[in-house]
Design a protein around this ligand. Structure first.
Ligand code: PHE
Length: 358
């Protein structure tokens, strides 16, 4: 037994406990004193060598040592824990009287907001979203849309062509979202009701044109779909989007190779001393192109024009955003100028979304 007597053993353990200045140090004292091979345990084992009264007395004395030292050990453990908590409280205090840090909240781009609004409206009409690649084959961008090789529409579009591959095939940066119509009809059986937003490209740059811009395509295909459905759908869209219940909407005959008949949709507006007011007055503003899907396009997609009819439409998202939110110039849309964003952007929680509902 260390020191020979229970008193010496007690003094030794108490001193070790006192000297432990951390939870880790105190834990090793526990092992040293009370562990399997600890001082006290050894002393208890040594009792076996004693006889009679001597053994009883020594046993009682060691039990008292055990009690005293274990109580001391626990007290030390509690004291260390308290000290540690006090240190942390002193270091980690929060000064609630400090003024808040200025938070900079990001704004939602007007184009993103416009798209969210548009998707939300079409989602309530049962449309789902489709997508296609920005780099398109000539076939999807032109041929299957009934725009043959020498058709003037190919020039009208001011297409960006990629370098031809070894077989002479040139891919294009899609000039419109209409190729998504073809891709969808190739992969899905009617009935089809899709909306396809995305980037589009044309070699054009001024206050209202950007070489990269966004369109949203729509396609509805089924049995007995008529021009009446087209009109109902687009009138409803225009009125919901601009938030004007009696917005005048006009369908003006037009031409697109992939629709027949084709129309352009105008909304009523008033132009007065440089300001544009949507919704009343005798003027008209063009906002989208549409028409009944040309039977030739259906044939390219192996869909029987006798069995299925439908309509398609396409619109420029920047133009819609500029009109709705009174943004006069298109160029800053893609300049990433934060001053412009703070002026024309929207607070994130203000933007409607398909997920949050209108
Ligand atoms: N793709 C046409 C354009 O870019 C728009 C359009 C789409 C017209 C679908 C009719 C039908 O101008």
């Amino acid at each position: 037994m260390a020191g020979g007597t229970p008193q010496a053993l007690e003094a030794q353990i108490l001193q070790a406990i006192e000297a432990a200045d951390s939870a880790v140090a105190l834990e090793s004292v526990r092992v040293d004193a009370f562990g399997k091979k600890g001082w006290l345990t050894q002393a208890m084992k040594a009792l076996g060598a004693l006889e009679g009264d001597a053994r009883r007395e020594m046993g009682q004395a060691l039990n008292r040592v055990k009690e005293t030292t274990q109580t001391a050990w626990e007290a030390r453990r509690d004291a260390l824990a308290l000290a540690e908590m006090n240190t942390r409280l002193a270091i980690e205090q929060a000064d609630v009287s400090l003024s808040p840090r200025p938070e900079s909240i990001g704004m939602v781009h007007p184009l993103s907001r416009t798209l969210e609004e548009l998707l939300a409206i079409f989602a309530t009409m049962g449309f789902t979203m489709a997508e296609g690649p920005d780099i398109e084959s000539d076939y999807y961008n032109f041929t299957a849309l009934n725009i043959p090789p020498e058709h003037p529409a190919r020039q009208d579009h001011d297409t960006f062509y990629m370098t031809p591959d070894s077989t002479g095939n040139r891919k294009v940066l899609r000039t419109h979202t209409s190729p998504v119509q073809i891709r969808t009809m190739e992969n899905t059986k009617p009935p089809i009701r899709i909306i396809a937003p995305g980037r589009t490209y044309r070699s054009d740059h001024d206050a209202t044109h950007s070489p990269m811009f966004h369109q949203c395509e729509g396609l509805v295909l089924g049995d007995g779909i008529t021009m009446g459905h087209l009109k109902g759908c687009l009138i409803e869209f225009c009125r919901s989007f601009f938030g004007i219940a009696d917005l005048p909407v006009r369908f003006r005959p037009s031409y697109f190779p992939f629709t027949e008949p084709s129309a352009e949709v105008d909304i009523g507006c008033r132009r007065e001393s440089g300001t544009l007011t949507i919704g009343d007055g005798g003027d008209w503003l063009e906002i989208l192109g549409c028409g009944m899907v040309n039977p030739k396009v259906l044939e390219y997609c192996n869909i029987d024009p006798e069995a299925h009819q439908g309509f398609a439409f396409g619109m420029g998202l920047e133009r819609l955003a500029m009109l709705k939110y009174g943004i006069p110039d298109l160029r800053p849309f893609f300049d990433s100028d934060l001053r412009w964003m703070r002026h024309y952007g929207f607070m994130p929680y203000d933007v409607p979304s398909v997920h949050l509902g209108l």
